[in-house]
Design a protein around this ligand. Structure first.
Ligand code: 5RP
Length: 231
């Protein structure tokens, strides 16, 4: 296992501390979340009883493979806990998410949970969000108009930079919800709340990867061990 992979694994395993029998659990997406799911699968095989709501088709498939019981969010709309990775975590537990393209379902699931815990290796910690391009999920209709609307909204806040359509294998990346993703390289985002509000005001924007006021704690694995931020 590489150093990065082993830190992700440590964070994923440490998050099991927060899971108890009978929980309704939101289950995240990405390589760190996958470490959590694999560790969770071992516990479930050992008798732990939980029901999960997966934040992506990819996670749903992994849960099925590991025989972790799942339900849809409509079947189980209130969750005890959600656990998910992040692309960036700032000291206020504000996050950038969506590197794996699952941000819409991830945000809906995090918001449906009484508690949302983020798991990450220490490289994801930042003082100010924005080095990681901000994923913005948009409708395919009117893509160029939405792109221009995003640029104008950001410029009004003094933010500029490249906004690129996410590609995979030479084609536009399509989310589980049938939308597109624009990755916005605005650089430092000192005004995340204002940007969040401004992006929500652009028609065509479905959701963005700024997760503000959602995470209650972060389990961060570094070379010196696992640190818990928040509570
Ligand atoms: C997926 C996400 C992921 O949680 C985020 O991209 C972190 O991924 P990884 O754990 O692979 O670094 O938001 O949409």
């Amino acid at each position: 296992m590489t150093d990065a992979a082993s830190l992700k694994d440590k964070a994923g395993r440490a998050a099991l501390e927060y899971v108890s029998d009978g929980m309704r659990l939101g289950i995240g997406t990405g390589s760190t979340a996958e470490c959590f799911v694999r560790a969770l699968g071992e516990r479930v095989a050992g008798g732990l009883s939980i029901v999960g709501v997966a934040t992506s088709e990819r996670t749903a498939r992994l849960c099925e493979e590991l025989r972790i019981p799942t339900a849809s969010l409509d079947e189980m709309p209130e969750l005890d806990l959600a656990i998910d990775g992040a692309d960036e975590v700032d000291p206020e537990l504000r996050l950038i998410k969506g590197g794996g393209g699952a941000l819409l379902r991830e945000k809906i699931v995090a918001a449906a949970a009484s508690r949302f815990i983020v798991i990450a290796d220490a490289t994801k910690r930042v003082d100010v969000l924005g080095a990681f391009p901000l994923p913005i999920e948009v409708n395919g209709f009117g893509l160029t108009a939405t792109y221009l609307g995003i640029r104008r909204a950001a410029e009004r806040l003094g933010l500029a930079g490249e906004v690129r359509l996410r590609q995979r294998g030479g084609e536009a990346f399509i989310t589980d919800n049938g939308h597109l993703i624009l990755d916005a390289s605005f650089g430092r985002i000192p005004n995340a709340e204002a940007l969040s509000e401004a992006l929500h005001g652009v028609p065509g924007v479905v959701e963005h990867g700024l997760f503000l006021g959602l995470a209650g704690a972060a389990v961060i694995a570094g070379d010196d061990g696992v640190e818990i931020l928040g509570q």
